[in-house]
Design a protein around this ligand. Structure first.
Ligand code: GRF
Length: 198
């Protein structure tokens, strides 16, 4: 299962996927390329460290309903890898409907909350500010509606009275590092079927 990762950040989740792959824990999933919209992002360094094709594709500048030059460039670069699965691991841009339709529901996203709670940016801070006692992380299929595609799997994190926002952020990230490789392995096994794009 040819897998492409898109990300903008430090790449800790990409690292957990690559470590799982190195220990033969990703099943038939094979990470073939990593693309970023941030030239000096950690995710590209992580990918290069593991010897995976890791490319800065320039900014991804489109609004959700239109597509421009950068959309075409991104689609073409990703399509050249013939992906069976595209993983958004900290990709901080909203993909156009054109991009989503082009890849026909082969895209998953990792989100740091128990969706449908706390969609959008700064989800861990939102959960902290709300005072919830259980939060976590979610992997879902990407649809045209932000953070609203069909949920694939989740991992819960309890917020204790000893937690600070920083410790909660660490706990959610640790949960993500378990969840994402498990989901990718299960998709490769055929446990999670691809949905129709909605
Ligand atoms: C993760 O918390 C993910 O849920 C969110 O962006 C963060 C990426 O972190 N979408 P990293 O780049 O994988 O370290």
């Amino acid at each position: 299962m040819r897998t492409v990762i898109l990300g903008s950040g430090t790449g800790s989740n990409c690292k957990s996927l690559l470590e799982s792959q190195a220990s033969n824990n990703l099943g038939s999933a094979k990470i073939v390329a990593i693309f970023s919209d941030i030239e000096d992002s950690g995710i590209l360094e992580v990918g290069r460290h593991f010897g995976i094709k890791s490319v800065y594709l320039g900014p991804y500048n489109i609004s959700s309903d239109t597509h421009g030059e950068s959309d075409h460039e991104w689609i073409s670069a990703v399509d050249q890898e013939k992906p069976d699965l595209i993983v958004l691991a900290g990709f901080m841009r909203i993909l156009s409907s054109y991009f989503i339709n082009f890849f026909g529901s082969r895209i998953i996203n990792l989100h740091p909350s128990l969706l449908p709670s706390f969609k959008g940016l700064n989800a861990i801070n939102q959960a902290w500010d709300e005072g919830v006692k259980i939060t976590g992380c979610t992997v879902h299929w990407v649809s045209r509606h932000l953070d609203m595609g069909k949920i694939i799997d989740q991992r819960a994190v309890r917020i204790s009275s000893e937690d600070s926002l920083d410790s909660l952020i660490r706990k959610v990230h640790i949960a993500e590092h378990f969840l994402l490789p498990t989901v990718v392995e299960n998709i490769a096994k055929g446990t999670h079927t691809f949905p129709y794009c909605d």
